[in-house]
Design a protein around this ligand. Structure first.
Ligand code: HAM
Length: 414
């Protein structure tokens, strides 16, 4: 599980703030998903033979003997939430969520056992326009983060259930001739989940796949038209993309459009955001047939891309030091008054006593521009002493009630 130190957490917050404001501008509303769901929910919806369900779930029995799982992803839980709370029937929804997801994976750069996703799920909209909207929204997010040059879009269509099945059969027939040459995982997947073989990184398997049948040749008319319309919409917005027929996604619920936003900057962990359409999911939950489509972005991976350019701002603006018991109490009072007077400024109080020189050293190290000094003399005369820390000006004494005005003016005029 990943620890996030303050500088990393600040970067996560920066990403979340930008993404949140863009989601809101597109009319998406936030929901809160439970961290735990019944294991069965993921097994059924994500798929029994997927890596996530087979190998990566943190599952345990609760005191009642129920099998529960720490959410490995948000789509299944969000669809369940929407269905259970009557958000789906006869209406459309644009929902989003954020939070930690858990997968028992081999940790490495960009791949963690606890990672942060921000996801959006839309219900009740069957056309390609909602997909175009989601992708345009993603694009706006990358631009807002200054990452548009680092992330590119790859899309594909898996067709509808029958198309997917026909393609899968053709793939199995083709691969059967090469079965002994495939890597071990792919040989096993021939039986359990043949489409996932397209994800193999094994060199010989990849060579064999080069001549394999292509999914795009198996799309039925309706899926083909849907995909063509989506491409047309993306073209009309000049949103660059490539069609990659080998995107199959590691979760079973998808049909028709699937997509991945990928980067070349993070080695094997190329996908920073992925999603697609899942029109059968709500029905699988016992609801009425309801179209669905969404994405989830990986905050950890976006954070890695931003690392070089992001500077966290932990510097204080004002640092209050004090000598003696009475001054120590007043330091807290003055700091509260300053926080009332100053907007968006950080006021830090030195706590714990110590020599004045040592306290001023800390004031300097904090990055503050002003040190407010309170000693016995200042307390006796109801004044404060002010020392500028970034420019050489003589220390001044000021009546205490004028401190708020002084600081406001100081920061206002720079
Ligand atoms: P996913 O592709 O499994 O899809 O995950 C979405 C994103 O989460 C990935 O593109 C990646 O950035 C990030 N991610 C996944 N695993 C890890 C990990 N171990 N460490 C760090 N980041 C990771 C889903 O989860 C679907 N629920 C997406 C979706 C929403 N489809 C439709 N709606």
């Amino acid at each position: 599980m990943r620890d996030l130190v303050p500088a990393q957490k600040e970067m996560f917050r920066h990403i979340e703030d930008l993404v949140r404001s863009i989601l809101s501008a597109y009319g998406y509303r936030e929901v809160g998903l439970p961290a735990l769901e019944m294991t069965q929910l993921f097994a059924r919806l994500v798929g029994e033979s997927t890596d996530i369900v087979e190998k990566e779930m943190y599952s345990f029995q609760d005191k009642n003997g129920e099998s529960l799982t720490l959410r490995p992803e948000g789509t299944a839980g969000c669809a369940r939430l929407a269905q259970d709370n009557g958000l789906i029937f006869n209406q459309t929804q644009r929902l989003w969520y954020s939070g930690a997801m858990f997968r028992y994976d081999r940790p490495q750069k960009g791949r963690y056992r606890q990672f942060e996703q921000i996801g959006a799920e839309c219900f009740g909209m069957e056309g390609p326009d909602i997909e175009a909207e989601l992708l345009l929204m993603n694009w706006r997010m990358w631009k807002a983060l200054g990452l548009e040059g680092h992330i590119r879009l790859e899309i594909n269509s898996l067709g509808d259930g029958k198309d997917k099945q026909k393609y899968q059969n053709a793939l199995v027939v083709y691969l059967a001739d090469f079965k002994q040459e495939l890597d071990e995982d792919s040989q096993r997947r021939m039986e359990t989940n043949p489409l996932r073989i397209l994800d193999s990184k094994h060199q010989r398997t990849r060579e064999i796949l080069d001549a394999a049948p292509q999914m795009t040749d198996f799309l039925g008319n309706a899926s083909e038209q849907h995909f063509a319309q989506l491409c047309e919409m993306l073209d009309s917005h000049a949103l660059p993309y490539v069609v990659n027929p080998q995107i199959v996604r590691g979760l079973d619920y998808y049909n028709r459009t699937v997509f991945e936003w990928v980067t070349s900057d993070l080695g094997a962990q190329a996908a920073v955001c992925s999603g697609g359409r899942y029109d059968g999911l709500v029905e699988q939950l016992g609801g009425r047939p309801t179209p669905g489509v969404g994405f989830a972005l990986g905050v950890d991976r976006l954070g890695l891309l931003l690392e070089a350019s992001f500077t966290s701002s932990d510097a204080a603006d004002v640092f209050v030091v004090s000598m003696g018991e009475a001054a120590r109490l007043q330091a807290l009072v003055i700091a509260e008054e300053l926080r009332d007077a100053l907007v968006n400024k950080k006021v830090t109080v030195h706590c714990g006593g110590g020599k004045l020189k040592a306290q001023l050293k800390k004031a300097d190290a904090s990055g503050a521009k002003l040190a407010i000094i309170l000693g016995e003399e200042e307390i006796a005369s109801s004044t404060v002493s002010i020392k500028t820390l970034r420019e050489s000006q003589a220390q001044i004494a000021l009546a205490r009630e004028k401190l708020g005005d002084y600081c406001t003016r100081y920061f206002h005029t720079g």
